[in-house]
Design a protein around this ligand. Structure first.
Ligand SMILES: O=C(O)C(=O)C[C@]1(C(=O)O)C=C[C@@H](O)C=C1
Length: 424
């Protein structure tokens, strides 16, 4: 186990009566020891060395392929193609894994079960989310993992770190809303961190306008809430509080908590009905989202991937960077790799390529132009256990300088009921 280093994280008290109490822990940073990994990278007899998270992705794809491949001989080459281990096939044979009793277990091929053990603490699953009790993200955590121990975090980034530092077992984070669009911060964090998407939940978001008891709507001169919530209620607020200033706040429930904690009679919050209960506020207006079908999609993140299956509808999320000098219409070629295999795409998002934001184009004879360089996120409706998905990614690999499978996971097929978040 590597040396412990301290790491300062900010978590919020789970006690809803805490008035903006936010405490920080100096959490000793530990490398994952559940499976007794001695290091964050593995070397194989043939000299190929892979990072732990690449290994996990390989295991996930390997496990999915065991169910579907006829000629095991092609297995390692296919994995090599998708995971970029171009120097020879990856020997997935023997890896010594230290068992929990300290003795080296006999070398056995790792399975996802080895990589994703049940939480050691034995109690309910600890799920990190951004916000305070009453936030929609808390409701999403409860839908994703009923009876979980929901851990409020100050920032999206802290929720990622909580999982990486084994303080939480999962994280549930919003990535897009049907009215407000993508939550770009979390797309960037998916790339920066090495967690795996293991599921999704879609939450109908039912916004309310909350204020202290006795406050009338025409006395409200300021409305505070999460930027996404303000975007989702823009027209309603134009009608309800046309002269009130709108201010972004940490999250919807924290806005409600702030009004209550500071006894603000001129301020209202856009938040859930549950936040009204938790922070003793009245509901001035109910269901103020501009579209009754207002839905936010949340992703469930874990340290290890799940084994993709074909027994239920699955979705796969990837991120890639187009390969320079691969000629024109690279994006078209990438998308056609799915289209020609009858794989539907449900999302494309482009985000600045932080390591290569600009590319100078032109030989100088007519001057030079600068292209913005992007990372592309794509969600498609297929499981990595399906050969068509594996072959599509193997083709995409030809056009990309970087390709990562963020996760292959069950689609959220639960019917939407608007009542489900009235008590969110
Ligand atoms: O502030 C909250 O309550 C959150 O859960 C965050 C969040 C978001 O980030 O989009 C989640 C769902 C809603 O779309 C509004 C806000």
């Amino acid at each position: 186990m590597q040396a412990a280093t301290s790491c300062d994280l900010k978590f919020r008290s789970t006690d809803p009566t805490s008035r903006n109490k936010c405490f920080s822990h100096a959490i000793p940073k530990r490398v994952a020891v559940t499976c007794g990994y001695r290091s964050e990278s593995f070397s194989f007899p043939n000299g190929v060395s892979v990072s732990r998270s690449d290994w996990q992705s390989s295991c996930a794809i390997l496990s999915s392929k065991v169910a579907s491949v006829e000629n095991p001989g092609g297995l390692a080459d296919k994995i090599a193609a998708v995971n970029g281990h171009t120097n020879g096939s990856v020997n997935l044979g023997l890896v010594a894994v230290e068992s929990t009793n300290g003795k080296l277990a006999p070398a056995q091929p790792l399975t996802i079960t080895d990589l994703s053990p049940a939480p050691l603490h034995g109690s309910s699953l600890r799920v990190a989310y951004q916000g305070v009790p009453g936030a929609y993200s808390e409701a999403a955590a409860g839908k994703a993992y009923p009876n979980c121990d929901a851990i409020p975090c100050d920032q999206f980034d802290v929720a990622f770190q909580a999982v990486e530092l084994w303080i939480a077992d999962r994280a549930v984070l919003p990535v897009e809303n049907s009215l407000g669009g993508s939550i770009h911060r979390n797309y960037d964090l998916l790339l920066r961190h090495r967690l795996h998407i293991v599921g999704e939940v879609q939450i109908p978001v039912h916004h309310c306008l909350l204020a202290l008891p006795g406050v009338r709507t025409d006395c409200v001169s300021r409305v505070i809430s999460h930027p996404q919530a303000l975007a989702q209620t823009e027209h309603s607020l134009d009608v309800l509080t046309p002269h009130a200033a709108r201010e972004a706040f940490h999250d919807t429930a924290a806005a409600a908590e702030y009004i209550s904690a500071n006894d603000l009679h001129d301020t209202a919050a856009v938040a859930s009905a549950r936040a009204a209960e938790l922070y003793n506020l009245q509901i001035l207006a109910d269901g103020i989202q501009d579209d009754p079908g207002n839905v936010t999609r949340f992703l469930m993140l874990a340290r290890e991937p799940i084994i993709p299956r074909t027994d239920r509808p699955f979705k796969t999320s990837i991120v890639f960077a187009a390969q320079e000098h691969k000629g024109t219409s690279v994006l078209f070629k990438v998308l056609s790799a799915f289209a020609f295999r009858d794989i539907s795409l449900t999302k494309i998002e482009s985000r600045p390529h932080h390591n290569r934001p600009l590319r100078v184009v032109g030989d100088g004879s007519f001057g030079t132009s600068k292209n913005f360089e992007y990372m592309f996120y794509v969600d498609f409706e297929a499981s990595m256990a399906e050969p068509r998905a594996q072959n599509a990614l193997a083709e995409v690999q030809e056009y990309t300088s970087f390709l990562r499978v963020l996760g292959s996971y069950p689609m959220d097929m639960t019917p939407w009921s608007m009542t489900s978040t009235e008590d969110a």
